[in-house]
Design a protein around this ligand. Sequence first.
Ligand code: G1P
Length: 293
Amino acid sequence: MKRVRKAVFPAAGLGTRFLPATKAQPKEMLPIVDKPIIQYGVEEALAAGCDQIIIITGRGKTAIEDHFDVSYELEKMLEERGKTELLSVVHQISDMIHVAYVRQKEALGLGHAVLMARELVGNEPFAVLLADDVIDAPVPCLKQMMDVYEETGGSVLATQKVSGPAISAYGVLDATLMDHARFGGRLYQVSNLVEKPKLEEAPSDLAIIGRYILTPAIFEMLEGTPLGAGGELQLTDGIRMLLSREKIYGYCFDGKRHDAGDKLGFLKATVEFALKRPGLGGEFRSYLKSLEL
Ligand code: G1P
């Protein structure tokens, strides 16, 4: 079985939910405390064992490329001023990964974005991470999924229960909980999946969260997938087609997911990460307590 080495980050979206902040800046670069959203995802992919990052970008996204590149002037300045700690923070970012970029010329949907990575991924399993979903977990979410992949050999979708009408914002699984020695209670066998169903049409409360491990057969499926919800080529629809060929698993990961693509979710993530940050959390906690809410 081939190891999962490559992680794809679709990042061509326009970020309209964060206008005007995203007018001249990619939403993936909005910081939670002091780190851009996308870096949380990249660090997770590396921690899970991926060593190649593929970022699907579009117009106005060059800040992402600059972020993961060497900033010679900045490093020189920090060195001259003896700011060694900051220097290593900055240097680590460019040092950490091999990144390739593909431009998605038109925003035709998540499935289309993933299809853009076909040549770079080739014939091997790969991960997809949606940077908006920032996941705080004892074991990185993608690493948990890698363990499932290594044991099952099938595609693995991250899932979490979402109750009520909020389910309509997600891809939703029709799935059966498996009786599995190692992953029991968390592992599902998927029998169908639907993108953004109405509440009354949702097959379950199991929402797809933005972490996927996919076998390369998905590319062929996506090529033949008709446009779906919102007139876009949906990854969920491509994965449903893959079901006719391969087993697909849902994994209810251990961890807390923040929807950093949403204003309230972004604020919650900011508060929770700041509270946990050494050298910042204590004072921030006192400040929050002092607020008359
Ligand atoms: C995408 C997927 C959806 C998934 C969600 C997770 O939707 O299409 O299936 O549940 O990410 O965050 P988006 O949030 O991009 O509309």
